[in-house]
Design a protein around this ligand. Structure first.
Ligand code: HEC
Length: 90
């Protein structure tokens, strides 16, 4: 009995830690997964990684808006915010 409680507590801890490192935003959108799924359709993610080192939020807004103008249904507004939140993380 004691052991199964411990297993549950450990499982919850792992789940919470996992959620935190995945960067799931408060709206439930995961910016990191969105970037790997949507932003690799036309070019590699290397381009995103390189730009992540130098761009601030204003620069990313311009870039993401430009990417969205290339593909109309790339991101909805909530997804755009989650992607921006992820991209400005250092
Ligand atoms: C429809 C195709 C397409 C999609 C989808 C796309 N890109 Fe791009 N991206 C391009 C093209 C074409 C270029 C080169 C021309 C340019 O810079 O506009 C580019 C260039 C870039 C650059 C380098 C230029 C700069 O301003 O630093 C970055 C960074 C970038 N994309 C990020 C992203 C991100 C982040 C996403 C996802 C939100 C994304 N791209 C999705 C087509 C796309």
């Amino acid at each position: 009995m004691k052991k199964s409680w411990l297993a549950i507590v450990v499982a919850i801890g792992v789940l919470m830690a996992f959620g935190a490192t995945q960067g799931i935003s408060s709206q439930g959108y995961d910016g990191e997964s969105l970037v790997s799924a949507r932003c690799s359709q036309c070019h590699g993610l290397g381009r995103v990684e390189a730009a992540k080192k130098v761009k601030d939020r204003a620069a990313w807004e311009q870039t993401v808006n430009r990417m969205m103008s290339k593909k109309a249904d790339l991101l909805n507004e909530e997804e755009r915010q989650a992607v921006l939140d992820f991209l400005v993380q250092k």
